[in-house]
Design a protein around this ligand. Structure first.
Ligand code: UDP
Ligand code: MG
Length: 255
């Protein structure tokens, strides 16, 4: 590393009171290697002790900021708010439930310094139940095939970005699942590195079985908005024309 870059670390939090202190201690140990950094905790409407714990970090640590939502808006909005307020040259996102390993941050930063715009973590040895890992493999395969972005794990919480990427990406709904695809579609270079992944020890996942449906509709939204956003008639018009041809054909056949 030639000159230590200014880093922003964005941490989405929804009811992670049991993980937060351990997470913060691990994170700070790693961040001390960098000269200048900020940590933005985005509380996404927690109703446990998470906010109180983050406020205690702030008392002794001027690098920490809390952005607080008064209801649960979802991880995409939490990251989006973090992207908006971050001022680092390099922006890191990391989950607060201890499944992502902060000691991977220097590896992500190194890859950005090699010139990549987005570096996505790849949970190659993912420590989640099969009910998560199998559908996730299917989503990743479909996304890779449809977008041409050749990475294995689009929805890893641990990622690094150049500043220009986070200021250009518009996140809403459940689009956080597909950020590398959104960035790739905008012309940014995307790569991945293998990262350590850990089982969830405290608290519980915020995504139940309905994430399969959500994941599918978010994939459709991502594909639609990145291709047809400024020319919706090319999509809906094609479906309309197809239906006209089918009904016309059926009418002719019936006559
Ligand atoms: N999270 C959030 N808002 C939500 C859901 C989750 O900020 O609506 C945070 C959560 O606290 C965690 C991260 O996003 O830090 C990933 O959530 P989770 O661990 O439940 O996802 P999983 O690892 O099960 O896919
Ligand atoms: Mg998790």
């Amino acid at each position: 590393m030639s000159k230590s870059p200014y880093l922003s670390v964005i941490v989405p939090v929804l009811n992670e009171e049991k993980s937060l202190i351990k997470f913060y201690n691990e994170l700070i140990l790693v961040m001390k290697k960098f000269k200048e950094y900020e940590v933005l905790f985005i509380d996404d409407g927690s109703d446990d002790e998470s906010i109180k714990i983050i406020k205690e970090f702030i008392i002794n640590d001027s690098t920490v900021t809390l952005i607080q939502f008064f209801k649960n808006y979802g991880k995409s909005y939490a990251l989006s708010e973090g992207f908006k307020y971050s001022s680092g040259d390099i922006v890191i996102t990391i989950d607060s439930d201890l499944q992502d390993d902060p000691s991977e941050i220097p590896n992500l930063v190194e890859k950005i310094e090699q010139g990549w715009d987005v570096v996505s973590g790849w949970k190659k040895n993912r420590k989640d139940p099969a009910s998560k890992t199998i559908p996730s493999k299917v989503f990743n395969f479909v996304t890779r095939t449809l977008t041409g972005i050749q990475i294995h794990d689009f929805n890893c919480g641990l990622k690094a970005y150049k500043k220009k990427v986070v200021k250009a990406i518009d996140l809403y709904g459940g689009l956080h699942r597909y950020i590398p695809a959104l960035a790739g579609k905008k012309g940014f270079s995307v790569t991945e590195i293998e990262v350590n992944h850990r089982p969830r020890i405290f608290g519980e996942t915020k995504y139940g079985n309905n994430r399969l449906f959500h994941g599918f509709f978010d994939l459709f939204t991502m594909l639609f908005t990145s291709k047809y956003f400024d020319r919706p008639l090319h999509f809906f018009g094609s479906i309309g024309l197809l239906l006209i041809f089918i009904s016309f054909g059926t009418e002719c056949y019936a006559l």
